[in-house]
Every structure is written in structure tokens, then in C-alpha cells.
Write a protein that binds this ligand. Structure first.
Ligand code: DO4
Ligand code: MG
Length: 281
């Protein structure tokens, strides 16, 4: 099932039926058994006709976030390790990426407060002091306050490769700034964990022409999703739950950088497509 946060309210799509759920977003998603909870709620919710729903999908989707923090995982795929070793070789930081790829403890970093997160069809920013910028397409987990993965969404972990490559200690500036993260278009809530064969893909368009595309399966990730969640919850409490990006397995070649007005489309099987346009502050 898919749960959308929209300006008219929360909409659940279950068994091909769109239903309006009149509940506070944070209270709604932070359930112990979200799939079962929504299944029960769906029997008593008001239906929305398909024209109204399609209109809302076109114009009124918000990021599926309330009060939650957004965290991110790093170097969980070989491709991310290799690209980062390359970009930081002059600064001498390359070894750290190899070490963290092999280590038991994953790289987890704070990405954004809700205010810095945008939704589907909104602009994401590149920094004006950065010369090399990429989107990172990432399966993103919604984890409830008890530390259990309850849903999935699509994330774009916008990244400055020039700033991170200059010195790995600049990571927070390379990763966290206004509109540096996009989430959406919805929360995908399943009875069983998402399939390992799930395909994550990205397409970047410039003046309507594809300038980069790539895809990867989730099973290429070095770590498991529950392992990432459990490291994050070791010493942090999240009263409203939290979102966790799980790392990128797709990085464009070193000659590629985003330009203003590029359109980034990230798709994950079962969830949908997250579309954002590149802009700056
Ligand atoms: O190590 C820096 C960040 C890595 C990252 O964002 C990723 O692998 O997706
Ligand atoms: Mg990333």
C-alpha cells in the first residue's frame, strides 16, 4: 500500500482504492505495526474519486515527513566506495572509504531536519560554492520510534563531490544545506520486507534529453537494512521515528556534474518515481 502526504490530507492507496485518512501524519506513521494498522483503518475511511486523486498527485504532493530527522548511510555499495576513493585521492582521504566499506560499524551521518527536505516535483539545490554536484538515488527507510522498519520511500541525497573530495572532514557541508534532500513521492508500506531484487534507477534529463542513466539492484548493497537501522538506534532516540537513506550504488562518471534546470528522476520498483529539478538558493 502507498501512503501520500498531500496538501488536502493523507491519502492511502490500498487495493486500487484511494482513501482519505483524517489523522495527524506523525501519529499515523509511528505505529508498531503500520501495515496492519492501515489495513484496519482503510475499512472505515472515505473514498476519493480517481479524478480528484489524479489531480492531487499532479499538484499537491508533500514530502512524506513530519517531525522526523533524516539520516543517511554511506559507502554501502562498491560503486560509492570507488567513486569516493577516486575523488579524494589528492587529499589523501581515500583509505577511509575502503576502511568503512569493510568495517563492522557503518558510516551513518545526519542529513537534514524536515525544513531542508523537499518532496516530489519540487526543486533541490546545488551549492553555489560547489563545482561538482551529483544526485544520489537511495532507498530510504522509515523506522518507527521502536527502531523497526515500517515503510520505504525514495531519497535523493544531493552531494557536492568537489567539497567532499577536497577533504572528507567537509562531509557535513557537502551533504547538508537547504534543499539538499528530496523524499517521496509516498511511503510504501508492505507486509513483508522489500524484495532484495528491487531495482533502483535514475535518469537525468537536460533540455529534455537524457544525459545520464543508471540502475542497480538492492541486493548489491554490502549491508542489510535492519543492520543499518540498529546502528542508528544504538544511542539515539527518535520519538517520532526517523528516515534513513541507505546509500547510493549509482554515481555518474567523473566528467558529469549537474546543471541548473536538470530534471532528476529516481525510480524504485514498487514505490514509484521521485522527480526534482535542480536549482540554487
Ligand atoms: O562517505 C560519504 C557519503 C557517502 C554516501 O552518501 C553514499 O555512499 O551514498
Ligand atoms: Mg548518499
Amino acid at each position: 500500500m502507498h501512503l501520500y502526504k498531500t496538501t488536502p490530507g493523507n491519502i492511502l492507496v490500498h487495493n486500487n482504492t484511494a482513501l482519505m485518512i483524517d489523522k495527524d501524519w506523525d501519529a499515523l506513521i509511528n505505529q508498531e505495526h503500520l501495515y496492519q494498522h492501515l489495513t484496519e483503518l482503510s475499512t472505515s475511511c472515505k473514498k476519493i474519486d480517481s479524478n480528484t486523486f489524479n489531480d492531487i498527485l499532479q499538484n499537491n504532493i508533500l514530502a512524506p515527513v513530519g517531525k522526523q530527522e533524516l539520516w543517511a548511510s554511506g559507502v554501502t555499495y562498491l560503486r560509492s566506495r570507488d567513486a569516493r576513493m577516486e575523488e579524494s585521492k589528492e587529499s589523501g582521504g581515500g583509505d577511509f572509504y575502503q576502511k568503512v566499506y569493510e568495517a563492522e560499524r557503518p558510516e551513518l551521518f545526519f542529513k537534514a531536519i524536515p525544513q531542508r527536505i523537499v518532496g516530489h516535483k519540487q526543486d533541490v539545490y546545488i551549492r553555489k560554492d560547489s563545482t561538482w554536484n551529483v544526485p544520489e538515488p537511495e532507498l530510504t527507510l522509515f523506522i518507527n520510534s521502536k527502531g523497526n522498519i515500517q515503510g520505504y520511500t525514495i531519497g535523493n541525497d544531493m552531494s557536492s563531490r568537489s567539497i567532499e573530495g577536497e577533504n572528507p572532514l567537509y562531509l557535513p557541508q557537502a551533504k547538508s544545506y537547504e534543499k539538499s534532500a528530496a523524499l517521496g513521492p509516498c511511503l510504501y508500506i508492505t507486509e513483508k520486507p522489500i524484495k532484495q531484487e528491487t531495482v533502483i534507477s535514475i535518469e537525468i534529463k537536460r533540455s529534455n534529453k537524457i544525459v545520464f542513466e543508471g540502475k542497480i539492484e538492492l541486493n548489491r548493497m554490502k549491508r542489510t537494512l535492519p543492520d543499518l537501522a540498529s546502528w542508528l538506534f544504538r544511542e539515539c532516540d527518535f520519538p517520532a521515528g526517523c528516515f534513513l537513506m541507505t546509500g547510493t550504488g549509482i554515481v555518474p562518471g567523473d566528467d558529469f556534474t549537474l546543471q541548473l534546470k536538470d530534471e532528476v528522476n529516481i525510480s524504485i520498483e514498487g514505490i514509484g518515481t521521485l522527480t526534482n529539478t535542480i536549482a540554487s538558493k
